[in-house]
Ligand binder design. Structure first.
Ligand code: FES
Length: 133
């Protein structure tokens, strides 16, 4: 008898959607982040894809309540991508584009933003706080 074994062909189609390579960037010495104060940090990273190297810049906001756990947000507004600003006197983040407001914890307080600010992954390495951007 003749047996034909079926071979299930499975083709993995590469995900061609543009995904930016993620990088760890230094926020600074963990002990220098003043407790309960929101810090604005700008970064610039070199990102390489198959064809070129590009410089990517961004802004994050970091704060800690105990120098042990750290909260870091991407400053990009979840509405249309403007850069939010921390308003110390009002204790919230404000977006200059359409007046969106976020709490210090990143939650939407008012305005058109549909989602909270994006929280970034953090890690401590030799006392240096790093964030994945
Ligand atoms: Fe921030 Fe519209 S982009 S409220």
């Amino acid at each position: 008898g003749l047996t034909v074994a079926g071979v299930a062909g499975k083709f993995l189609i590469g995900n061609s959607l543009e995904s930016k390579p993620q990088k760890w960037v230094e926020v600074g010495a963990a002990t220098e982040l003043e407790i309960d104060k929101v810090h604005r940090i700008t970064y610039s990273v070199r990102a390489q894809d198959a064809w070129r190297t590009a410089e990517r810049q961004g802004v994050v906001y970091a704060f800690t309540e105990n120098s042990e756990t750290f909260t870091v947000f991407d400053a990009t507004c979840t509405h249309l991508g403007c850069s939010v600003q921390w308003k110390e006197e009002d204790n919230h983040f404000a977006c200059p584009c359409h007046a969106g407001q976020f709490s210090r914890e990143g939650d939407v307080l008012s305005g058109p933003p549909p989602r909270p600010l994006v929280k970034l992954e953090t890690k401590l390495e030799d006392g240096i706080l790093k964030v994945l951007v």
